[in-house]
Design a protein around this ligand. Structure first.
Ligand code: ZN
Length: 297
């Protein structure tokens, strides 16, 4: 098995509110319990300009890569641009693309990063500079690796950027299950949106998710890119849903099982996770990836 990860995902400066250490802590957790061997962690290269341009405008790619964001753009992004930040987010675009290619080859692709669903074609929002999810499916469709693909976004926050970039693209579908009334304040229509009231717990969540997954897979995507944000966990500081840790694991098992049963490859990315202790978020993320590997054994 192979999982995509770069130590460069940890950015010390400019992202004080976003715990970038969770990426390396997640990778370490997977190594510590033997889920992965060190040689199974693969570091992505930087994406090509054309890979970024699949999802983004030339103006935004230039700013994201080289800087020059206005104060308003940085405020919306909620991160301070730095060369290290740009490198981390660019690498994540390629990491998700590589995980998708692994999925198409073996059934499962793993990215210990990615899931930047709030990035739009021409600007960043909410810790998301570049949209790895949209860039990956657009690249794979443009290069004819797939004609139909779906993004399953189970982060507690709505996948507004992905929905915006992929809107109206034939063969590309977006499903977002998220908290009603949560960030972002203005939602962008996905192919299918399900807004769940704060406090929604395991049983109701899982029932709705299964119905939605079956409806989505009826569109016969050849690839599912799974944004597996763990900010649906009841202890998350930014989320208001009430999934237990067991509920988050059951969510992941459900996604992997339903896709596997129907022969649909899955590439999994991390997404949000804002536990008070970053190690708790990392443990939840690691469990998602472990469940993916168990499900596709
Ligand atoms: Zn989130």
């Amino acid at each position: 098995m192979r999982a995509w990860f770069s130590p460069a995902y940890t950015v010390a400066e400019g992202s004080e509110t976003f715990p970038t250490r969770k990426f390396e802590l997640t990778a370490k957790a997977l190594l510590a319990d033997g889920t992965l061997r060190p040689e199974e962690l693969a570091a992505p290269d930087l994406p090509t300009p054309s890979e970024l341009l699949r999802a983004h405008t030339p103006e935004w790619v230039a700013k994201a890569v080289s800087g020059g964001l206005t104060p308003a753009e940085e405020a919306l992004l909620e991160l301070r641009w730095s060369p290290a930040l740009a490198t981390a987010h660019r690498l994540c675009v390629r990491g998700t693309l590589e995980a998708c290619r692994d999925a198409l080859g073996t059934g499962l692709g793993l990215h210990v990063g990615g899931g930047s669903h709030h990035a739009f074609a021409d600007h960043g929002e909410g810790y998301c500079l570049l949209n790895d999810l949209a860039a990956a499916v657009l690249e794979l469709q443009a290069t004819r690796r797939v004609s139909r693909a779906a993004v399953v976004d189970l982060d507690v926050h709505q996948g507004n950027g992905t929905a915006s970039i992929l809107a109206g693209r034939p063969g590309l579908y977006t499903l977002s299950l998220h908290q009603e009334g949560g960030y972002p304040s203005v939602k962008v229509l996905s192919t299918r949106d399900v807004a769940l009231p704060a406090g929604t717990g395991d049983a109701k969540y899982l029932k709705i998710l299964e119905e939605e997954l079956l409806a989505l897979l009826a569109r016969r995507p050849e690839l599912v890119v799974y944004q597996a944000g763990v900010d649906v966990w009841e202890g998350d500081l930014l989320g208001g849903l009430a999934l237990s840790a067991e509920g988050v694991a059951a969510r992941d098992r459900l996604v992997f099982r339903v896709c596997r049963e129907r022969g649909v490859p899955v590439a999994v990315t991390l997404g949000g996770g804002y536990a008070e202790r970053v190690s708790d978020a990392a443990a939840l993320h690691a469990r998602t990836l472990r469940i993916g590997m168990e499900s596709f054994k």
